[in-house]
Every structure is written in C-alpha cells, then in structure tokens.
Design a protein around this ligand. Structure first.
Ligand code: ZN
Length: 387
C-alpha cells in the first residue's frame, strides 16, 4: 500500500506537473537559443519522495532576518520596578513574615511597626475629636443664649472661632496619621490600643533583600529594611559597538536568548541608549527591557541579544547555504512542483553571517532549497547530459 502511494507521487512529479512547463521551455529555448541564462531555460531536477526528505525548503519572505546586530549582556533587576521599604516611623518591627525569596502581592502587610510616635499621633487625634465635640456643644449653647439675648455678640463670635479652630485641629491630626500610613478612621480604634503601623508592599514581586529581624528597633534611617523587585520584566545592559549605534532607536524590538534556556526566546525592546562610549571597548551601553514571563530570567544570567534592523524587514534574504556559484554565475534551486526543482540565476549582496540579501532573481513566496543543494546539483549534472 505504501509503495503504491510512492509510485503515484513519483508519477505526478515526473510527468504531470512539469508537462506544460516543458512546452513553455522548448518554445523559449528556440526563441533565444544563445541566451541560455533565462531562468526557465534551466532544466528541472526531479526528486523522489525519499530524496525530498533530504532537502530543506524555505519559502522566502520579507520577514526573514537580514541585518542583525548581536550583543551580549547580563540580566539585571528593572530598577523602575523595585521598591525599597524604609520605616515610615521609628519603632519596633513586629510580625515580620517575609524572607528573601518570598513573593508578595501589592498591599500585603510585610510587617508591623510598634511606635511611640504613632501612639502620640493617635492620642492627639482622639483628643482633637473630643475638643471638637465640646466646641460644637458650646457653640450651640451660646447661639441659643444669644438668640434669647442672654449672651453677647462677642461671646457668640468667640465660640464660633473656637469651633473653626477645633475643626482645623481634627483635620491636621488626621493628616499626621495619613502621613504615617494610617487611615485615621478605619484603623483608629485597633491601632490606638497597640500603636501598630502596618507596613504594606507598594508593588507585587519578590523580596530580594531583607536587612531587618523581628523585634528590631528601627529609626528614621535610609537603609531599606526590605527590597522588593517585580521580575515580570528585567533589564539587560548590552555593549553595542559605536559603528552600530546609528541603527538603534528606543522602542526597537529585539530578541533575547539565555544560556540557561537555549531553545527559548524572550521579547525585548530598546529602553535606553547610553550617552557615552567606553574608550576601551568602543561600545555604548544599551538597555533592553525584557519581558520575563514566570520570572525565568534571573538577574546575573548571561544573555545574547539579537536586534533586527528596520530596513531588513523590507529586504528579501535567503540562507547562504542555498546559494552556489558555477562558472562565476550565482544560482539557487527553486521548487517548481511537488518534487521538481529548477536552478535560477540570482544576484545577491552581503547580509548577515548566514544569510544573503537578494538583489535580483527571487521574489517573496519563492521556495528555495535551503539545505541539500549538493544533492540537487548532483542530480542536475546526471540528468543534464540527457537533454
Ligand atoms: Zn478623626
């Protein structure tokens, strides 16, 4: 059953498909017998299905990578997505529940600070409310007396002033609590008993540094107690040669591979181009912002960057291995039928290390033999003599 399929396929490839092309070819040949370079004047090479498996065919597209800039760099934390937790007030650290390496969500309570300052602020706030209550009562009473001619206008105005002052004082003490990170009215009652300030994570991420322990007293210092880093994106700083800088713009897309994950690609874009050239290496630091799903890229990892230049997106390229030179003419094999190929004379220009730019002779959609050119040339020379 299998053999029969093979026979049918071979039949189609050999006779049915090329039949009309063969007619066109002989007509053209007779029209310009001396020319010989016309692309359809080259005879077709036919493969059997097992030979077809030995060749790799690439359909040419304008999106094939042509001009690329390669650079290497190490993964770093995205400093724009890091939070350094400083003590909002002096106090004692309590209920510290996170360690370096733990992941936290935004607004999670990291620890609680027990603080005398907070106790004082809460007491002030409560006292201001009591004063306000009293001022309100006094004002209502004085107003009543004034209306019954039992109080002077001056006494009325004085109680009115007292009321305004008490209101301002309440607002002021509430502001102090807000600055300390307390919501004056939701945490008032519980916090007032213990003077505890919950310190929350300002961003979600991983705790990458912890310098504080439970029970420790912390003052108004500048050393962060905890550092949280959001690893959903990372930075890679790569050195790019001076001569390549003119091709690089912020926002340009790049591709990152890491030695740790040889088969995976991470999407990146140019975030910042350094302002100075290193005198030793003749490179500028280019910062890439790299998407890091599942935090797989770890700071310190070694990566390679590939930057595709914008002009390459409109130029057609083919693998250098697809090209061969015969009698100082350049050719590639183009697929003309399921099992049929024909050499085509082309002109190429230098591209990247393993691809050439097409100047003439091929178009997007052409299917060229990318691997296995030698086999086709062998068959070509075997059958070429018969024609
Ligand atoms: Zn209040």
């Amino acid at each position: 059953m299998k053999r029969r399929t093979v026979v049918v396929l071979a039949f189609c490839g050999a006779f049915v498909l090329p039949a009309c092309r063969a007619g066109a070819r002989s007509a053209e040949q007779s029209a310009s017998p001396a020319e010989g370079t016309s692309k359809s004047s080259n005879p077709e090479v036919r493969l059997d299905p097992s030979q077809l498996k030995q060749v790799r065919i690439e359909e040419l597209s304008t999106f094939a990578p042509a001009d690329v800039i390669k650079a290497t760099g190490t993964v770093e934390f995205n400093a724009d997505r890091m939070a350094r937790i400083l003590p909002p007030v002096p106090g004692q650290v309590q209920d510290l529940a996170v360690n370096a390496g733990d992941s936290v969500r935004k607004s999670d309570v990291l620890f609680v600070l027990r603080s005398r300052e907070v106790a004082a602020a809460i007491a002030d706030h409560l006292a201001s409310h009591k004063d306000l209550e009293l001022a309100e009562k006094t004002f209502a009473m004085t107003q009543d007396l004034f209306e019954h001619d039992a109080a002077s206008r001056i006494a009325m105005q004085q109680s009115e002033n007292e009321l305004a002052k008490s209101r301002a004082k309440v607002e002021q003490t509430e502001e102090v609590l807000q600055v300390l990170g307390l919501d004056a009215h939701t945490e008032e009652d519980a916090a007032h008993l213990q003077s505890r300030v919950p310190v929350r994570a300002p961003i979600g991420g991983i705790v990458i540094e912890r310098t504080v322990t439970n029970g420790q007293f912390v003052g108004p210092e500048n050393t962060p107690l905890l550092v949280i880093a959001d690893l959903s994106t990372v930075w890679v700083e790569a050195g790019v040669f001076e001569r390549d800088l003119r091709h690089i713009n912020a926002g340009q897309k790049a591709d990152v591979t890491a030695a740790a994950y040889p088969n995976d690609h991470f999407n990146a874009q140019v975030a910042r181009i350094g302002a100075v050239i290193d005198a030793q290496t003749r490179t500028a630091k280019v910062r890439f912002l790299v998407a890091n799903p599942n935090a797989r890229l770890k700071p310190g990892m070694y990566t390679s960057m590939t930057l595709y230049l914008p002009e390459s997106s409109s130029s057609l390229t083919l693998p250098a291995k697809a090209v061969f030179v015969e009698n100082s003419r350049t050719f590639a094999y183009v697929q003309t039928g399921p099992l049929a190929f024909s050499r085509r004379e082309i002109e190429t220009a230098a591209g990247s290390s393993d691809r050439l730019r097409v100047v003439r002779g091929l178009e997007p959609g052409d299917r060229v033999v990318a691997d296995g050119v030698l086999l086709l040339r062998q068959l070509d020379s075997d059958t070429g003599g018969d024609r």
